[in-house]
Write a protein that binds this ligand. Structure first.
Ligand SMILES: Cc1cc2nc3c(=O)[nH]c(=O)nc-3n(C[C@H](O)[C@H](O)[C@H](O)COP(=O)(O)OP(=O)(O)OC[C@H]3O[C@@H](n4cnc5c(N)ncnc54)[C@H](O)[C@@H]3O)c2cc1C
Ligand code: SF4
Ligand code: SF4
Length: 953
């Protein structure tokens, strides 16, 4: 063989000071795209693996030029360069000691061909976003890792990811036509499948020595490659020389096969041309609970005859660990199968398929009848537990954590129950709890033991399990150690054992040919370092799984696409031993406190609360003055009434600009970004506030509760003339309730947001006392709802906690109240013309668990054509006072909402939060009207009154 490949790798240089690298990079690609501050480096030190490595600098590339310049710099200096997308890999492949090159800002669909079913896409796009975009054309990108809500195309390509639907659509490697690859030289390669006789292939081989050598290596070692080819249905271990060899055998040099699955070790992608499939017309999802594990093994081949698109398993331990009762899983189920069948227009009748499936299952002892769902929402529910399995296991034990180190083995499909039985016995012998689940239809099992890596005994068991299980999978089952997660740091040590020294030698040659400087993601895939190097012992004692599910819903991350401006990153920063408010003020103050992260987190972590804890260490002085003034209700209300009287004078464009300028010195003391932007559409302040308008509902001082129901109106409904408070009272009256308006103080949300926890508690104590005598405390405002329900956390371990818990149970949002009310007041009879209404689900109401009622009510209103808009559950960027604290970012956040409203065609957007209402009115710029849910209900009742000639109650 005439290869010019060498075996010795040059030593990498790791400069002590990160500044030199960052300074050089800033000069090369621009100041805003390079970061090396403490917060950024801390946030980028982790991915979803068990490892930690702190980089020297982070580059947020925005173009191919940025990528090429960064690669050229890193290679010329011998500095490790790690490409990164969402950082959800489980193997440590998106962290490194040198430069992290984050592709998240390259996140566009560049071209879409509906007829030929392909798209040209950038690597920073999130899979779920890509599929949302493709769904508009009835298309789908087939490979679907369970992390699809957060992982990005670049990482999927580099890991050759797959998921439950691989059974039908294959892995990423089966769905890529071409890649744009930046080679270590900084040159760009159009990596597609070239005909060997094609002149462009000849040119390519002449131009790129590494490709020429690769072709020779494949030809010279065809027999070895064929001999070592894994025989199981999936493999992501090593380089895919097998796919390349197949191509050569058919006269093609199929370059995507080399780069897909190469984990950033051979080149960096700036775009991919991917194959798309038609979205199934309808789908059935079913859960089947088996009594005996052996039956699962028998049932799987029979179920596969139905050509399911997915077939997943969860073993008995997994069911115990995630909680059987919570997920309705029978106590005597030893394994549960999740099966999905698609109707794709080829005349498949799903009901008939369901019957065939039930018929197959009847031959076995089931723990209960199969649970079958056709409705998308119910199907999502069935998938929910499965998709969040790994981070959910973090809830199980404060010390023992699910550790990914033997997490991705593949065995022949027909031997999967034998594998599960072997593993259950093995771990029982080790006294180690373990979850075993995965893509049974492909023989791909995810094995997640729960261990305390800070305990020497558990650490030793971990090393023992690693070797013993991998060895058993290879020698007893003839399987693969890696089906889809990649080798990364965790399996690199074992790649040689999997393929033997000769084939491994070829991998090394390929690596050295494409990356002679050894700068591209060193330590990944091709490395002889033990898998225990760089384990993050500290993090593995914390409650966060670093899964990044929260990043997918964090509005700040959505806008900045940088890990230091994200929920997961903030968890790392605020829990880091070197954290100080001063070294991280920029990021700690950037959180909206929208609570979306808390709602999304499967591990039960509340990042927003951790940030509030940090802010409470440094309460904002200016905010303190304002809130103390606010607490003096009489004086504050007089001041607001004064403003209300003259609003027509000061709330004009010119005056607002002046006001913006005049208030700047005060606002700056709230936050450097704070301002009263003239573009902010302010609500009309009430000269006669709600409590003035409904004096008859206010109990006299010392008087006990006169009604079983109190209306906690909060500040906005009292101070604003926006009709919300009137609507809530009117709706309550229609339901036969004359509410009390007991004395009340701000629920505390904005106060806590600025770090004044003591002041928030002061107001909360007033509210606890005032609301104590009522059966129900009805709210209209999303933030008040959540805050009142959260008082038990505010008073955790304090004497008020019991009272807070009692109040939390009685807090009822007006939409819940209407949904639960036995009275069904008349509504207008069906109306000929209907108003198209979409719902924006306020984050705090979502966090309070109220999501279905407002939608159901809106959908039932006679004059309403309800449309569910995309991103209805995403933050709009208002978040209490955030639209004052950082108006510019809040407007960047609301842009996504504006597009969703526009696409939905809604004339009215309904919501439940005063800040959301201000934000939507500002952001939508008149594109749709904004109303509170209670206002729409009130309108329906009033329309009925007009029809019947009756008056409002
Ligand atoms: C809860 C959970 C569930 C998961 N379920 C699955 C599953 O079902 N199936 C599955 O396959 N995986 C799964 N994973 C693993 C992981 O999500 C996937 O491997 C995913 O595709 C990684 O994408 P990412 O954007 O996070 O990539 P990252 O983690 O950022 O990077 C992964 C690799 O890609 C490289 N890379 C990133 N961008 C580029 C680029 N532009 N050019 C070159 N290299 C690049 C990185 O260097 C790294 O080697 C799961 C992870 C979690 C946390
Ligand atoms: S906070 Fe929760 S959702 Fe976010 S990374 Fe940690 S475990 Fe995942
Ligand atoms: S509260 Fe909102 S802005 Fe803050 S970290 Fe969570 S999701 Fe992000």
């Amino acid at each position: 063989m005439t290869s010019h490949l060498t075996m010795s790798a040059p030593t990498l240089i790791l400069p002590e000071r990160s500044h030199a690298i960052a300074t050089d990079l800033r000069a090369a690609i621009g100041v805003d795209k390079v970061k090396d501050d403490y917060s950024t480096l801390t946030a980028y030190a982790v991915d979803a693996s068990i490892y930690r490595m702190t980089p020297k600098a982070v580059v947020l590339v925005e173009s191919e030029e940025d990528i090429a310049a960064t690669v050229a710099y890193a290679v010329s200096r011998g500095i490790p360069l790690t490409p990164r997308a969402a950082g959800t890999n489980l193997t440590g492949s998106a962290i490194g000691a040198g430069i992290i090159l984050d592709v998240s800002r390259l996140n566009r669909v560049l071209e879409l061909n509906r007829e030929e079913r392909w798209a040209r896409v950038q690597p920073g796009i999130v899979l779920a976003e890509l599929n949302k975009r493709l769904a508009r054309d009835g298309l789908l990108f087939g490979p679907d890792p369970s992390s699809g809500d957060m992982c990005k195309l670049g990482g999927m390509l580099a890991n050759n990811s797959s998921g439950p639907h691989t059974l039908r659509y294959g892995a990423v490697k089966d769905n890529v036509e071409a890649l744009r690859v930046c080679l270590q030289s900084g040159e760009w390669l159009d990596a597609k499948s070239y005909g060997l006789d094609d002149p462009s292939c000849v040119n390519l081989l002449e131009k790129h020595r590494s490709l020429h050598d690769l072709k020779l290596l494949l030809q010279d070692n065809a027999a070895l490659i064929a001999q070592k080819r894994p025989t199981v249905s999936k493999n992501s271990c090593g380089y895919n020389l097998f796919g390349l060899a197949d191509g050569l055998a058919h006269g093609h040099f199929d370059l995507p096969k080399l780069f897909v699955g190469s984990e950033g070790t051979l080149g960096l992608f700036s775009e991919a041309t991917i194959k798309l499939v038609e979205k199934p017309l309808a789908t059935l999802t079913a859960l089947i609970h088996f009594h005996r594990l052996e039956d699962v093994g028998e049932a799987v081949p029979k179920l596969l005859e139905l050509s399911p698109s997915a077939l997943e398993v969860m073993d008995s331990n997994t069911l115990n660990l995630i909680g059987r009762a919570k997920h309705g899983i029978p106590a005597d189920a030893t394994a549960t199968l999740l099966i999905e069948l698609d109707a794709d227009g080829a005349g498949i009748d799903l009901r008939e398929q369901a019957e065939r499936m039930t018929e197959i299952c009847r031959r076995y002892r089931l723990a209960s009848d199969p649970v079958i769902a056709f409705d998308p929402e119910q199907r999502d529910q069935l998938w929910k537990a499965r998709k969040a399995l790994y981070p959910t296991l973090y809830r199980f034990d404060p010390r023992k954590k699910p550790i990914n180190f033997v997490d991705d083995v593949v065995v022949p499909v027909e031997r999967i129950s034998e594998l599960i039985r072997y593993l259950e016995e093995f771990f029982a012998g080790q006294h180690v709890p373990v979850a075993i689940f995965g893509h049974i239809g492909n023989g791909n099992a995810h094995i997640i033991p729960l261990l305390d890596v800070n305990d020497q005994g558990d650490l030793e068991k971990m090393v023992q399990c690693y070797h013993e299980i991998h060895q058993t999978v290879l020698s007893r089952f003839g399987g693969s150690i890696c089906g889809e997660h990649g080798d990364g740091r965790v399996r690199a040590e074992y790649v040689k054992t999997m393929f033997g020294p000769e084939l491994y030698g070829l991998f090394v040659k390929v690596k050295q040919s494409f990356d002679p400087a050894g700068a591209l993601n060193p330590g990944i895939k091709i490395s002889d370092r033990p898998f225990t190097d760089h384990i993050d012992y500290v993090r593995l004692s914390k409650p966060c799984a670093t899964c990044a599910k929260c990043n997918a819903v964090c509005p700040v991350y959505d806008v900045f696409q940088s890990e230091d401006m994200s929920s997961r990153g903030w968890f790392e920063i605020v829990t880091d031993k070197n954290f100080s408010y001063l070294n991280s003020k920029r990021v700690v103050e950037a959180c909206l406190n929208c609570k979306s992260c808390r709602t999304a987190c499967p591990a039960g972590v509340d990042v927003s609360q951790l940030i509030l804890d940090r802010r409470a260490e440094q309460p904002n002085k200016m905010a303190g003055l304002i809130f103390r003034f606010h607490a003096q209700s009489a004086r504050f209300e007089r001041f607001l009434k004064l403003l209300a009287r003259y609003q027509a004078l000061w709330d004009r464009p010119l005056m607002r600009r002046l006001l913006d300028r005049l208030t700047k010195p005060i606002m700056r003391r709230l936050a450097v970004t704070a301002r009263l932007s003239p573009q902010l559409v302010l609500p009309r302040l009430a000269y006669r506030q709600l409590r003035d308008r409904y004096r008859e509902l206010i109990p006299r001082s010392g008087q006990v509760a006169r009604s079983p129901v109190a209306y906690f109106h909060g500040c906005a409904a009292n101070y604003f003339e926006d009709g919300v408070g009137d609507a809530v009272i009117s709706v309550l009256r229609k339901h036969g309730v004359e509410p009390d308006l007991p004395p009340q103080r701000c629920s505390g949300t904005p106060i806590e947001t600025y770090g004044h926890r003591a002041l928030a508690k002061e107001g909360a104590r007033v509210n606890l006392a005032s609301m104590a005598g009522y059966d129900k405390v009805v709210t209209g405002c999303a933030s008040c709802t959540l805050m009142l329900k959260d008082y038990p956390t505010l008073f955790a371990g304090e004497p008020e906690q019991a009272a807070a818990q009692a109040l939390a149970k009685r807090v009822t949002h007006i939409s819940e109240f209407v949904a639960q009310s036995p009275m069904k007041p008349a509504m207008a009879s069906l109306q000929a013309t209907k108003c198209k209404v979409a719902y924006h689900s306020s984050c705090h109401l979502r966090a309070a668990g109220v999501t279905k009622e407002p939608r159901a009510i809106l959908a039932g209103l006679p004059g309403v054509e309800y449309v569910e808009m995309t991103d209805a559950d995403r933050c709009a960027g208002g978040a209490g006072t955030y639209l004052v604290k950082d108006f510019d970012t809040s407007q960047r956040i609301v842009e996504r909402k504006r597009q969703a409203v526009e696409q939905s065609g809604a004339e009215v957007v309904a919501t439940s939060c005063p800040a959301c209402m201000i934000q939507l009115r500002t952001g939508l710029q008149g594109a749709a009207e904004v109303k509170h849910v209670a206002q729409l209900i009130q309108e329906a009742y009033e329309a009925a009154d007009r029809q019947t000639g009756g008056g409002a109650a």
